[in-house]
Design a protein around this ligand. Structure first.
Ligand code: ZN
Ligand code: ZN
Length: 391
């Protein structure tokens, strides 16, 4: 039997009806409820808790733990992510992860289940409602070894309805507020988390900044990061998908990264994968170099750009060199520590540590000069590079 490799156009009625009912209930039911009743603390709390728990069930759980295995976690954490991930009604973890691995592997091609090349609305929601996609579970053999993941996949309907509908409605019912729990913690919450998640595939593959991979359709978008618990740094994520962080700088809004770190401090997660800061800086510099080259070549005749482009390449190479020296200083220090040299080890270690500080300072100065340079308007930059070449 031949395996189907491409998606086919077909209305998925279950998804269509489910989206329609929950969206209509949220858009009509919630305002109607607010017009007749006051919202209790329980309603607000349950809604916010379910937004956070199911949102991060998808981001820290389905995405970073299962699809990309960016860290390892114990049984309790895996269960909680499977439970709240199912409550988000975005398929089983196995199916979600398998499709997501295809998205990364075949990005922007026909085999990408939510390819942005098929348009904004296709990538946002159309792929779920009007298309049937083949599954290639051979890309998720590791996940198939986990009995809990397989149970969630086999009995997905039971998991999803229990976690996503029955639990919040029962909690509400205990306080006489089953209806508001259904409207807010189920319907409104589902609608919000759906479209927030969908924005990653649509907005983040069309709008925003391409800092680390200029040619990728994946972009970093701060607003999407705000509503998706940190998943909006999608350019970084496509460049370094096995990093447990999406917002890599300390000030980037990435609550999923903070949650993973808290869980690891509690001893329930470990082996958090981080990309070396040198690889990240290298990618950032390469991205800045390429986009500056693009803007220079787009600003004038190619023949007038030969010398400025050569000079730009030289400036880029110089910063990269200072970065390489800094990395080398770190490597030497680590080798020294590993070697545990007996004689004069403290003096040698202090000297090696000083070399790191010095190399880091030199890089930072070079990077500041580079950053100032690439800020110029292309025509002004062209003149600056020409005079630097003549000097
Ligand atoms: Zn993507
Ligand atoms: Zn991913």
């Amino acid at each position: 039997m031949q395996t189907q490799t491409h998606s086919t156009k077909k209305i998925i009625w279950l998804n269509l009806v489910f989206f329609a009912v929950t969206t209509l209930a949220a858009l009509i039911g919630c305002p109607w409820y607010l017009a007749h009743y006051d919202l209790s603390t329980l309603d607000t709390g349950l809604f916010l808790f379910y937004v956070a728990a199911t949102g991060m069930g998808i981001t820290a759980g389905y995405h970073r733990l299962f699809a990309h295995t960016t860290y390892k976690a114990n049984g309790l954490i895996r269960f909680l992510f499977l439970f709240f991930g199912a409550a988000a009604f975005e398929q089983s973890a196995l199916r979600w992860s398998s499709q997501h691995r295809d998205h990364h592997r075949y990005v922007d091609t026909d085999r990408d289940p939510y390819s942005i090349k098929k348009g904004f609305w296709y990538a946002h929601i159309g792929w779920l409602v009007f298309w049937k996609h083949p599954f290639h579970f051979e890309n998720a053999l590791d996940l198939q070894k986990d009995p809990m993941i397989m149970h969630q996949d086999r009995y997905y309907g039971v998991w999803a309805v229990t976690a996503g509908i029955l639990t919040p409605v029962l909690i509400g019912a205990c306080f006489g507020q089953a209806l508001s729990a259904f409207l807010f913690a189920v319907c409104l919450r589902l609608t919000f988390v759906y479209h927030a998640t969908f924005c990653i595939n649509s907005v983040c593959h069309m709008f925003g900044k391409a800092t680390y991979d200029v040619d990728a359709t994946a972009k970093d978008h701060w607003l999407v990061a705000l509503i998706t618990f940190g998943e909006g740094y999608h350019n970084f994520h496509h460049k370094f998908p096995v990093d447990y962080r999406n917002g890599v700088r300390w000030f980037d809004f990435d609550p999923s990264k903070w949650l993973i770190r808290i869980i690891s401090h509690l001893g329930m997660a470990w082996d958090l994968k981080r990309t070396s800061r040198f690889r990240i800086l290298e990618a950032r510099l390469a991205g800045e170099n390429l986009s500056t080259r693009h803007s220079l070549t787009n600003s004038g005749a190619n023949s007038l750009m030969v010398k400025p482009l050569e000079q730009l390449a030289l400036q880029h190479a110089r910063v990269c060199e200072t970065l390489a020296h800094w990395e080398e200083a770190v490597r030497s220090y680590r080798a020294l520590v590993r070697g545990q040299m007996a004689a004069h080890s403290e003096e040698l270690k202090t000297a090696a540590a000083q070399k790191i500080s010095e190399a880091q300072r030199v890089f930072q100065e070079a990077y500041e000069r580079w950053s100032r340079l690439i800020q110029y308007h292309p025509l002004q930059l062209r003149e600056i590079l020409l005079s630097a070449a003549a000097a």
